[in-house]
Design a protein around this ligand. Structure first.
Ligand code: HGY
Ligand code: MN
Ligand code: MN
Length: 424
């Protein structure tokens, strides 16, 4: 048990979050800093400097990650102990907020400072990582940097093209990375003693229950799809309703089918259509083509795979009924990932010791942590989201809540450091 009180500096954290929020695309809503954008590129120098000023040895790895290393006493003595890793991301969705991911990067840096101020020297090396591109990019790929470290960034990911016609591989090259090196950036499976990530909940559960800390039980699995509908252009005024092959109404029926599927999940399951497009997009032409992009999520893998099959069938039936042909492309899938019970216990006892109330919560949001499980036992600490809002300008978490999360993170890191082994 850590005797000394590890106390984060609230003003410093608040100022860092405000400073990072200055690196945004002012042409977009919210606090937008999307991966591969100029504001994102500029912001990473700020993050690297924060890591350096906290005494971390900073490198930029082949996967585009900023990696800060705090050498442990073991390596200083020439001994080899498995390392601990913490971190998150600083890119945002379009129109996003100032806390998603950011709390886990700036909070981890502050945890390092707080440990040092408390005179707590870790035995193991500690890595603090700002992962490249956690949010889904124009190529439909999320978690680019953490997939690279986990060894699951694949050649086919590099070949995926976006609206601009560019491939992800060419885009990585354009921002100064070597895509082939990013494919070879993996850490060895099992090489981490533990991975722990601090993050905002992005939902309403902690605020509703009144608990200060969330001990994450599992990270939801995600299946993303693009569905395309091909009908026939006709005159909107002269074509009778029963003589149409209307691609957009078939897509609209699919949107409601997707919503119905999400509402029917027995435990935790959601379904969202994020985007729909139609062609030619004129008032007076029956749409000949429509496309939609959607995703299903659940911490219940069985429901998730069943939902995929049901959606494919029901969307097909609706399209056939309208005489519209269709295709469904499943873009990416990410399995539901349970957190390590041993790390859940350490987070919970750390929160108890610090006098912070906690509750077990599932994560409906995806995280880099879901990929870090390839390297070792993984855990996540949540702090509340005001109004349960996230991925919007209104995203907010009070500094006092963030400081509680950093305190629990620092205490957890210190406890994990002393553990001989951590069960996955
Ligand atoms: O989509 C997610 O769940 C995460 O915020 N990238
Ligand atoms: Mn997000
Ligand atoms: Mn996030």
């Amino acid at each position: 048990m850590t005797q000394t009180l590890i106390e984060p500096d609230a003003q410093s954290v608040e100022a860092a979050i405000a400073d990072l929020a200055g690196y945004v695309d002012s042409a977009q809503d919210g606090w937008t800093r999307q991966v591969f954008s100029d504001p994102y590129r500029a912001s990473r120098e700020f993050v690297a400097k924060r890591m350096h000023d906290a005494g971390l040895e900073v490198t930029h790895d082949a996967g585009g990650n900023i990696v800060g290393r705090l050498p442990g006493r073991a390596s200083a003595a020439g001994l080899t102990l498995k390392s601990i890793m913490t971190g998150s991301h600083t890119d945002t969705v379009r129109g996003g907020g100032r806390f998603d991911g950011i709390v886990g990067v700036l909070g981890a840096i502050e945890a390092v400072e707080a440990l040092r101020r408390a005179g707590v020297a870790l035995n193991r090396d500690l890595y603090v990582v700002d992962f490249l591109g956690e949010e889904p990019n124009e190529f439909g790929i999320s978690c680019v940097g953490s997939r690279s470290i986990a060894g699951i960034l694949l050649p086919e990911h590099l070949d995926m093209t976006g609206a601009s016609g560019q491939s992800m591989g060419n885009t990585l090259t354009a921002v100064g990375l070597d895509p082939q090196a990013a494919l070879k950036n993996a850490w060895a499976p099992g090489s981490l003693h533990a991975y722990i990530e601090l993050h905002i909940e992005q939902g309403p559960l902690l605020e509703q229950s009144g608990h200060e800390i969330g001990v994450v039980t599992a990270i939801a699995g995600i299946d993303r799809l693009m569905a395309k509908f091909i009908g026939r252009s006709d005159h909107a005024g002269a074509t009778p309703m029963d003589a149409r092959l209307d691609a957009l109404t078939a897509a609209a029926a699919a949107v409601l089918t997707i919503e119905r599927e999400g509402c029917g999940a027995p435990v935790h399951g959601v379904a969202t259509t994020g985007r729909i497009e139609s062609y030619p997009g004129s008032f007076n032409v029956v749409p000949s083509e429509a496309r939609l992009w959607a995703e299903l999520r659940s911490t219940d893998s069985e429901w998730l795979s069943g939902a995929k099959g049901r959606l494919a069938q029901e969307i097909g039936l609706e399209a056939d009924r309208r005489g519209v042909s269709h295709m469904i492309e499943w873009l990416t899938d990410q399995d539901a990932v349970p957190t390590a019970p041993a790390i859940r216990d350490v987070i919970a006892t750390s929160a108890d010791r610090l006098g912070h109330t906690w509750a077990p919560v599932p994560s409906g949001a995806g995280h880099d942590a879901a990929h870090m499980v390839h390297l070792g036992p993984m855990g996540m600490i949540f702090v509340p989201s005001t109004g349960g809002r996230s991925h919007c300008a209104e995203e907010f978490t009070p500094t006092a809540d963030i400081v509680r999360g950093i305190r629990v993170l620092a205490e957890t890191l210190s406890e994990l450091d002393r553990a001989e082994t951590v069960a996955a």
